[in-house]
Structure formats: C-alpha cells, structure tokens
Design a protein around this ligand. Structure first.
Ligand SMILES: NC(=O)c1ccc[n+]([C@@H]2O[C@H](COP(=O)([O-])OP(=O)(O)OC[C@H]3O[C@@H](n4cnc5c(N)ncnc54)[C@H](O)[C@@H]3O)[C@@H](O)[C@H]2O)c1
Length: 391
C-alpha cells in the first residue's frame, strides 16, 4: 500500500481548514489550495490560532510547539503545481457536480500514478464525481463532519469503480487523524447511495418535520410551542434553533436532492418554500423561525403545542437505517448507531428499534397513510425484524 506523506487540501473554506488542521496534527505535510486569496489567509489564521490554543493548553504532543505544525503547511492557488507530488487530495470545494468532476480530472491527470482523490461531498455520488477522470479506481469519498477537529466521524465511501486499495488507504489515513473530542470513528461505506450513512438515515425525518411546521402554520400555533414539541430532551439546541442555525436553504436543497434521488415525498413543504422566497434562512440572514439579530435566540419551551409524536421520528430513522442495510451501504445496524453518535453527538435509532420494531412499523403504516407520504411505509427488513441479527 502506498504510504501517504503529502496531502493536498483542495478548497480551504469552512470544511477545508478544519480537515487541513487534523491532517497537520497527524504529522502530514499539507498544501492548502483555494482560488480565493482572502480565504487562504483566513484559513491559515484559523489553523495558526487553533495550534496556538492547543499549545497554551498543553495539548500538543510532548516537546512540540505550534510552529512545528505550521511549518508543514503550505498554501497555493496553483492546483497543477500543488498536486505534482501529492499522495492524497481531499476535495472540499463548493457543492457543484461539474466543478468537482473537473477538479477530479485535473488532479488525476497531473498527480503521481498512485495519488488518490477523496471528495468530502455531503450528498453527491462519488461514482459521478469520478465519471470523467481517467482513473476512477483512485477516487473515493472521505466525508467529514463539521467542525472536523471536533466531530469524531469520517465516512469513507466506495464509488462503483473505487479500488479496494484506494478504500484501504482512505480508511488507514482517516484512522490516523486525531479528534479533539474523543476517539475517531471510521465508517466504511460499501455502496455509493445518496446521503451515505448519517445524512441518509436522518433525511426522511424532514418529511414529518415539514408536515408539522406546515400544520402549525395553518393553525397559527406559535413556533416556540411547536419547538417545545419537536425538541428532544438533553439536546444542545432546540429543534427550530438548529434548523435556523443550519440554514433553511440547506434543508431546501437537501429536500430537492432527495426528492430527485429517492422519492417525491421529500419535496420541501409550504413553510420552507416561503422561507426561501422571503430569504428568512435563519442565522445567516438574521431571521428564520426566530430572530437572530441579537445573537442566538433563547426560545421559551414551557408550553407545548401537543402536535408531535417523537416516536414517529424514531420509527422513520430506524426504517431508513433498514433501507441502507437492504441496499448494502453497511452490513450492521451497530455501525449506523455508532456513526450517528460520532457524527451528530446524539444516539442513533437502531438499538431502540431492535426492541420496538413491531410497534414502530405499525406506527409508520398509519403515519404514511395520514400524511399521504408512501415513502414513510416500513420496508420489509424493518417490518420483519430480520435486521436485529445484522450486527
Ligand atoms: N459545511 C458543512 O457543514 C459540511 C459538512 C460536510 C461536508 N461538506 C461539504 O464540504 C464541501 C465544502 O463545504 P464548505 O462548507 O467548506 O464550503 P465553503 O464555501 O466554506 O468552502 C468552499 C471553498 O472552495 C473554494 N473553491 C471553489 N472553487 C474552487 C476551485 N476550483 N479550486 C479551489 N478552491 C475552490 C472556495 O473559494 C471556498 O473557499 C462541500 O462539498 C460540502 O457539501 C460541508
């Protein structure tokens, strides 16, 4: 197996700077490439500040100082020059297929024979990203969670043509990347299906979420009361605060994507479409469900609307987990739960479902009918409970 020493971070924005930092922490030489010089400067400052903080807290490895790590970081806006001696290129540029395809082709044409191209795409097919390049066997997915230094999960994804060797190298490198909040968890994703593991299992909860907020809007129920229903205990942010924080545009585009790839039932609901039209996207525009102009809102959840059944979310997530087991994305329900815990900091849905699937499957039958969303019907693996032995 080729030894990885030099990693290129292609795209030095929100994700790129965090991924570059963990690669430096693991001791790799890193070249960060971006087309925007200001972003390069900001990314460099972010990493410098990060290492200085680690140094001041005594969290760097014994005898080393921030400067030792920074000395291994180069920046560039010339991709062809940067990749000429690269072993691994991790791509985190904008989420546009044509750009990722073009960059993949340029990297494969201008880098050494063994160089691997790994995309950090959240949604796109690795197979499609590799489609126009000459060595699709060298292309994989390496999906980090935001921020990469703190979130433990990395999904390593096999495209239809990725070689086992490229996958093995991706997994081996991922295992070496430290995480500041506990032990890394590397999930090997064996089939290139929309959303991979975590985003896919959580995606269809948006169908029920949209139904609830549309219902609340029609009935004139205040958002705080719906939020009190939607928010599970012990979560760091309330549900609607989190929706605003992530950005309503992200949910909208996610809904459209899954509606094309999986089912029209994912199409954005009425309230979400209105938020997009009005530009009330959440934190980034200062207004979403809540007003963000004075900082993070502190909703009062003392009064519930009483229109949400939390078990429907549990059932939807576990059913989707069974779908990806059926599709061969993973072969164990435990991997799904571990990936969700490591990527989202909350427990996955599968263990609970192993003991409750009969009741949850019935709940899904009635919910699918009531909401007129056939996608929510329980799949065969869920209904039969046969997933329980897939450990
Ligand atoms: N933000 C998240 O929470 C998150 C989580 C997981 C995965 N992702 C994925 O990571 C990728 C990047 O997301 P982000 O949030 O960091 O975006 P971002 O907009 O912060 O950064 C993208 C960067 O790519 C640069 N860029 C664009 N075209 C380029 C090119 N041709 N060559 C070099 N650089 C170029 C831009 O200048 C920008 O700095 C996307 O594919 C996204 O889906 C994002």
């Amino acid at each position: 197996m080729a030894k990885v020493k030099h990693i290129i971070m292609l795209g030095f924005g929100d994700m790129g700077k965090g991924i570059a930092q963990v690669c430096l922490m693991a001791g790799y030489n890193v070249t960060a490439v971006d087309i925007n010089d200001q972003i390069i400067e900001k990314g460099f400052d972010y990493i410098k500040t990060g290492f200085e903080k680690l140094e001041s807290k005594g969290n760097l490895s014994e005898g080393s100082v921030a400067g030792d790590y920074l000395a291994k970081l180069k920046t560039s806006n010339d991709i062809i020059d940067a990749v000429k001696d690269a072993d691994l290129v991790i791509e985190a540029v904008v989420e546009k297929l044509e750009i990722k395809q073009k960059l993949c082709k340029v990297v494969i044409e201008n880098s050494p024979e063994h160089c691997i191209f790994a995309s950090n795409t959240s949604t796109m097919s690795i197979t499609e990203i590799a489609e126009i390049c000459s060595k699709p066997e060298n292309v994989i997915g390496m999906h980090f969670f935001n921020p990469a230094p703190l979130m433990r999960l990395i999904e390593v994804i096999k495209g239809d043509k990725s070689s086992e060797e490229s996958m093995n190298i991706g997994v081996e490198v991922a295992k070496t990347l430290p995480c500041l909040r506990g032990e890394r968890y590397i999930a090997r994703v064996q089939k290139d299906r929309p959303g991979f593991i975590v985003n896919r299992v959580l995606a269809p909860r948006g169908i029920y979420f949209n139904y609830i907020i549309d219902l609340a809007y029609e009935k004139g129920i205040p958002w705080e009361q719906v939020d009190a229903d939607l928010t599970a205990p012990n979560t760091p942010m309330t549900s609607l605060t989190l929706a605003d924080f992530t950005g309503r545009d992200i949910s909208y585009h996610g809904g459209l994507y899954y509606s094309e790839k999986l089912s029209p039932d994912f199409k954005p609901g009425k309230v979400l479409r209105m938020q997009i039209e009005k530009g009330t996207l959440g934190k980034k525009t200062g207004q979403g469900f809540y007003d963000w102009s004075k900082g993070r809102p502190q909703p009062n959840l003392s009064k519930k609307a009483g229109i949400v059944n939390q078990d429907i979310f549990n059932a939807i997530n576990a059913n989707e987990g069974c779908r990806i087991l059926e599709e061969g994305v993973v072969s164990s329900w435990k991997v799904i739960d571990k990936a969700i815990l490591a990527g989202m900091n909350f427990p996955g849905p599968m263990e609970y479902a192993t003991k409750n699937y009969e009741r949850l499957a019935k709940l899904l039958e009635t919910t699918a009918e009531k909401l007129d969303k056939p996608y929510l019907k329980p799949c065969d693996l869920f209904k039969s409970g046969k997933f329980v032995s897939m450990i």
